[in-house]
Write a protein that binds this ligand. Sequence first.
Ligand SMILES: [Zn+2]
Ligand SMILES: [Zn+2]
Length: 162
Amino acid sequence: MMGGTGNNNSRFSMLVKCPKCNAECHEEDSQTYECPKCGHQEPTDYGKVRTFLDENGNATAMEIARATGVPIGKIHSFLRNGRLEIPEDSDTYIECKRCGTDIRYGKYCPECANILKKELQDAFDLGTVGAVPKHNTGKMQFLNRDTRNQYTYDNISSYYKL
Ligand SMILES: [Zn+2]
Ligand SMILES: [Zn+2]
């Protein structure tokens, strides 16, 4: 689904204009934002969704989008960020980004999250992290066979701190 809802705000922008004085307000990661110029308070998209759910109980993403005017993509991002969750008795869920299994909120199912966590840990294992040379000349000296052959074992070992 493309196209705007009639306002000029970019769909993914968190910057909103104050309806009272048109000053630029930064939408905070909360349910209300306050205009820095006139103090006008306005519910954020997240605030609108929360209020709607508080007043109406569980609803589908489509129902929420229709009732609040919040783009469905944004509602999805609230789910992905774990700020909203799909109730246990729902017919539809979002998918784990790795294996596609149903999840109620977030990005990954617990199983994939554990695997990814382990992969990350392995990647940051000290032994696998290489040091970046301080004076990088851009030359790959050790890949140049001609040069490499000129080194004796002693010379080469002097390049390693063991
Ligand atoms: Zn204002
Ligand atoms: Zn998964």
